[in-house]
Structures are given as structure tokens and as C-alpha cells.
Design a protein around this ligand. Sequence first.
Ligand code: SAH
Length: 457
Amino acid sequence: MLKKNDIISLQITSATAEGSGVGRAEDGTAVFVPLSAVGDELRVRIVKVKKTYAFGRIEEIVAPSEARIEPDCPLFRQCGGCVWRHITYAEECRVKEQKVRDAVERIGGIQTAFQPILACDTTDRYRNKAQLPVGRDKDGRLQIGFYAFHSHRIIDCKDCALQPKQFAEVIRVTRDFVNDYDISVYDEATGKGRLRHLYIRLGEVTNELMVCYVVNGNGLKHEDILVQTLRETLPNLKTVVFNSNRENTNVILGKKNRIAYGNGCIEDVLCGLTFKISPFSFWQVNRTQAEKLYAKAREYAALSGDELLLDLYCGTGTIGLTMARDCRSLVGVEIIPDAVRDAEENAARNGIRNARFICADAPEAAERLRKEGLSPNVVILDPPRKGCGEELVKTIRQMEPQRVVYVSCDPATLARDLKYFSENGYVTCEVTPCDMFSRTAHVESVALLKRTKNYTI
Ligand code: SAH
């Protein structure tokens, strides 16, 4: 039986998707070791023992895995962002492919074809959005950065390797301004203080920059100077917005925006279409990979020009709109009213006239549309992490689309939902993982399902 503080030899044989290596102790107990890599031979100190597994910490790397690399970020593992900066990108892709395959096969009980992961060309500086909490440490020093793992302690960050270089400039200008003008910053414990978050977005194709300050109040004292300095430092600055959030909550944005410069939004391009992005709009964080993902979804949808396409959980309409020219008509469903308005505006600005959008809960809307006799040829699903659920799968079965394209940000709920589909006359033909968030634990995937011909309700 393992005990706390035991030192054991351990061979790392697998990895969890959350960034730990796993090996078996002599008695068979699985030991999870952060920062280890498959192939490592280690001396490990046991730090916690549970009934069927234990946690360990590396004491010594006896022989390193071939997949090991030197982490190139000084904040790696302090900040809660990246989990994979200590292994090669090829190994990270292998682990992510495995995670999707394991979920689909083990949770879903589904045997299907898996395509290789759609990998990134560059793993750094791929994000077009940053939301940085602002606070003070216990010595009163200003901290602008990211939360530590499972905590709200802010790790100060001057330049994150996942973000565009120019975000570091925005952080620097903000930091200097707060220090020079003694601006009060928010304290989560007391709910007092002004500046809560710095929120930055970049249109990658248009190079338009948006800076948004989330404040506990209406604005900041001397904010004109801040806006002026940003304009002088960042020639591509398009807009500055103050978002008001007076609630004692983990939700970053409040409901009200006040534009301090520009028109409150930026534009960017995705799959050849132009989209308006406001602080509230959902917009894919890794644009380049989103294009690859959407291309795969489009291939799976296999539209010939005559179909009715139903895009459920459509956000600002991006997936459906990029396919609108290939189908007869498009119906999008999304629960957030602002996103629906954006979707309508996005259709109009791209001259798309065969699309309509409904603001509603996807399962409810699908049921209503079915009762009205809507019979889509292809359904696209892109639900949040909790997946789409059995009720919606049953409604889709009754609508009898030939194909369903399921885009998922959580392999476990994808697997569960694929199982529901298999019980409702749909077979999973293929799954393609996509790496939208390199170096972090997240993995996206897209699955193609087809209706089985001999299935009757
Ligand atoms: N397909 C879009 C957005 C996907 S994110 C894109 O690729 O850009 C998932 C979306 O589902 C979010 O916009 C979220 O607001 C929406 N959503 C969450 N719960 C929902 C529900 N119950 N019904 C409809 N939409 C929902």
C-alpha cells in the first residue's frame, strides 16, 4: 500500500488529457504525475493517496522521454493556461487524438473511423482574444495576468506566448497607466475597487484591435489619457470600450458597454465572409483552426445546393453562413439574443438572403420546427460543453435528416450523444479531432453521422 512521502520508481505509460502522466506502482496503483511525459523513467514522491489511485511529484528524472522538451514559458504551470509546454507538439497531438478516440469508444461504445487531428501550423500566438483579470497581490503590487490552476490568485503576465505580440503592448500601457495615475483595482474579496478585467480582441485578417476595460462603475478616472496613450502606441487600434460590471460574480462582462473611442466593434474574415465582432459576440479564438474545422464540417455536410440546412447552437451564425451559398435555405437557432442579432447582421453584410435565425433553446426550437413540418436535409450541431442531450437527438430522428454534423468541444459529451444517435437510427461514419487550443488541455472534434436506411421509427 502506498503512503504519503514514499519515494518510488515509476515508468510513465500514458497521459491524461489534463496534462498529467500516469504510471503503475508495483502494487498496481495508478499514479498521476504532473509535468511528466509518456516514456519518462522517474523517481516520484507520493503526495496524496486515494482508494484506487495516487498523486506523485517528480523527484528525479532518471531517463527522460523522447517527447520531452524544455518549457519555454517562465509561468508554465503557475498560470492555469497551458498544460503541454513540456512535450513536443507531435506528442500533444497524439494525446489529444487518444482522448477523443477513448471517449468515443469507451463512453459511447462506438466503433468508427478516426481521421488524424487537424493540427496547428503554429502553436504560439494563435489566440485573437484575451481576458486578463486585474488585481493586487498581498503586498499591494499590481497584477495583470491569468488565474492560477483552480484558483483566483492572479499570476502576473507581461507577454503570453499564446497571444499576439501587440497584446503585450496593451498590457504594458494599461499597467503604466494604473501605476502612474494610482487607479483603483478590483478586489474580489471585498467587491471594492474599479478596474476588474482587461479584455483585448484582434481581427487577424483586418488587423483591427479592440480594447475593452471591465470596470466596477462607469469608467476610470483620467480615462481620456489612457485612450490617448493607446491610440498613440497602437496604430491599428479601432475601438475602446468600457464595460460596466458592478456584480459580485465570476462572470467577466457586465451588461452595459460605453464606447470611448471608435464604433464599439471590429471586423474579421472567416472562410471568405466578413463578420462584425462586438465585445459580447462569440468569435472563434483560433481563427485559422476554425477555418480548418469549418472546412471539415462543410465536407461532412456535403451540400449540393438544394438542401435545407438547420444550424443548431449557431452563435453568430458562422458555420451555417459559410455554407449558405451551397444550400437552398438555412435556419439557425441560438439562445443569446445579441448573437442572433449579430447573425442576422452578418448574413446581411455578406449578401446572404436565404438564412433566418431563431432566438430559442435548441431542443425546444427543434421540437417546434418539427411540429411545423420543417424537414432539414442536414443538421449541424455545435453545443456548449454539456452537449445536446437525448431529447434533441430524438427530435432530430423524427425530422429524418440524411446527415448530421456534430461539432463538439467536449469528447465525453460528444461520445454520450453519439450513443444516443446510434440508438435512434444514426451511425457515426467518421470523427476528426481538431486542435483549436494548442498547449492547453482542450480538444475540439467534428463527427459525421448518417441515417441508416433500414431504420423505421
Ligand atoms: N456555432 C457557433 C457557436 C458555437 S458555441 C460557432 O461556431 O461560432 C455554442 C453556442 O451555443 C453559443 O453561442 C451559446 O450561446 C449557444 N447555446 C448554449 N446553450 C444553448 C441552448 N440551450 N440553445 C441554443 N443555443 C445555446
